[in-house]
Design a protein around this ligand. Structure first.
Ligand code: NAD
Length: 488
């Protein structure tokens, strides 16, 4: 198991504080590694600062080929990477295999996008002139990510950052560093320092973010950390791209009465995928009152059919949560809702597992709107269901939190689709197909869910600086220069 970091093209053991990585399935220790010391963090940033010159000048076609090679390398190691992701993250193996594939797809996508777009020609002021908009690399970019999709969220930053000609310093979560450290050999063919990977917690992250040689920070994580990063970057006007928390609504409209069982299946997947630890997990269900009772019954059946267990086992649907504190936070939210009158219809226990951070998928009704369960991010497998009398009420409630990452709606009605599409304040609105990502579709949040976008053309431009070039081909004095009001 690789525990060394990638600094300036070399694999180097961390000399900072020791970090123990736990297997959330059985709470055993998977590995202990040294994190990045202050000097090693400095060395990685210095290497990125140096490498941005060579990599930034590498022709776009060569960068494209290099990124395709990363994608091929990733795919060829799918099994071993996915297994390690499962051991350290607790997500079912089948989902981790998918994640490796999606990460490779992001490298392929940006390999092509990067060689296809370096700016545009715009109309000049005079016919003797040429006017260009050039897209240039920003420079040295920090890519800091959480534990729930460690490779995918890194790929959504690293691939476009490299495609645009930037160098990078990457930092995975302290809870899941191992699968990211395993990626180091995939970058062997890039100039040393173009990709650096450091291990450590928020203190290492903060050192990277606060360094003035880092010109852009691409971050996915909690709103609190996002705000700290925004503060640090404001000091020197460094670029930021923030993908933060969510509290996604899921609206079920009366016109789908005939397909209620499908909506309930989709709802259970949207709520419980990766034990509800998806930034776009559906965390609030607003169901038209005419369908409410049937939907709740169908949802409970779906929740109780989920196999909760060893994430390496082929028939496991949901593994453990990532950590004891994360599980405790979710338990507290459910307890808070119950204290204010909510009913726990199913789940909420440890699903029969004495060890591991297991949480049986839970369905809750009767929670008050002001409880944390309906207003703050849960990040766990809990589905609170609320009846609504109208679409107006559903949309108002959907827009009632400080978050605006994603939203789901089940309906066939075109008028409802048009209203939800325009009126829901969220970066993505999914109709009848929850949580499906598309490399070409920009992803990000309204309100406190973030700033900027990943994926799509926007996800490339997040790592490009824009330069306007104005070229006059005739060297002549202009008649609007001095002197004013008298002949020259
Ligand atoms: P977190 O904010 O605690 O940590 C995220 C990363 O930031 C980790 O690598 C951590 O070490 C690092 N970090 C912590 N403090 C830092 C600092 N001061 N400076 C720089 N780096 C620092 O988040 P988490 O608990 O790992 O992840 C869960 C959160 O991530 C949830 O809120 C979830 O919604 C969010 N998330 C968002 C998206 C999205 O795309 N919007 C996707 C997945 C997860």
């Amino acid at each position: 198991m690789e525990t060394r970091q990638l600094i300036d093209g070399e694999l180097i053991a961390g000399e900072g504080e020791r970090l123990a990585v736990e297997n959330p399935f059985d709470e055993t220790s998977l590995a202990e590694l040294g994190t990045a010391s202050v000097e090693q963090t400095d060395a990685a940033i210095a290497a990125a600062h140096e490498a941005k010159r060579t990599w930034g000048k590498t022709p776009a076609l060569e960068r494209c080929e290099a990124l395709h090679e990363v994608a091929t390398g990733l795919r060829s190691r799918t099994e071993e990477i996915a297994r390690l992701m499962t051991l350290e993250g607790g997500k079912p193996l089948v989902e981790n295999r998918d994640e490796v594939g999606w990460t490779a797809a992001a490298f392929d996508y940006y390999a092509e996008l990067g060689r296809n777009f370096a700016g545009r020609v715009i109309p000049p002021i005079e016919s003797t002139q040429l006017a260009l908009v050039l897209k240039e690399p920003v420079g040295a970019v920090a890519c800091i990510v959480p534990w729930n999709y460690p490779l995918l969220l890194l790929g959504w930053k690293l691939a476009p950052a490299l495609a645009a000609g930037n160098s990078t310093v990457c930092k995975p979560s302290e809870l899941t560093p191992l699968s990211t450290l395993m990626l180091a050999p995939l970058f062997d063919h890039l100039p040393p320092g173009a990709v650096n990977i450091l291990a450590g917690d928020g203190r290492v992250g903060a050192r990277i973010v606060e360094d003035e040689r880092i010109e852009c920070v691409a971050f996915t994580g909690s709103v609190g950390t996002g705000k700290r990063i925004a503060h640090a970057c404001a000091e020197r006007i460094a670029r930021i791209n923030l993908e933060l928390g969510g509290k996604d609504p899921f609206i079920v409209c009366p016109d789908i009465a005939g397909e209620l069982s499908i909506a309930a299946k989709g709802a259970a997947w949207a709520a419980f995928l990766n034990a509800g630890q998806v930034c776009t997990s559906a965390e609030r269900f607003y169901v038209h009152e005419t369908l409410y009772d049937d939907f709740v019954s169908a949802f409970v059946v779906e929740a109780e059919a989920i196999v909760v267990g060893d994430p390496l086992a082929a028939d496991t649907d949901v593994g453990p949560m990532i950590s004891a504190p994360q599980r405790a936070k979710v338990l507290a939210q459910v307890a808070g809702a119950r204290d204010s009158g909510a009913e726990l219809l199913t789940g909420g226990g440890n699903a029969g597992h004495e060890r591991g951070h297991f949480f049986a998928p839970a369905v809750v009704t009767g929670a008050a709107a002001e409880t944390d369960l309906l207003s703050e991010e849960t990040f766990g497998p809990v589905a609170p269901i609320v009846p609504v009398a109208s679409l107006d009420e559903a949309i108002d409630l959907a827009n009632s939190t400080r978050f605006g990452l994603g939203a789901n709606v089940y309906t066939r009605d075109l008028g409802t689709i048009m209203r939800c599409m325009r009126e829901i304040k969220a970066g993505t609105v999914w109709f009848n197909d929850p949580l499906t990502d598309n490399d070409a579709g920009p992803f990000g949040g309204f309100k406190q869910s973030g700033l900027g976008r990943e994926l799509g053309q926007e996800g490339l431009e997040a790592f490009q600086e824009t330069k306007h070039v104005h070229l006059e081909t005739m060297i002549e004095a202009k008649d609007w220069w001095y002197p004013y009001g008298r002949a020259s």
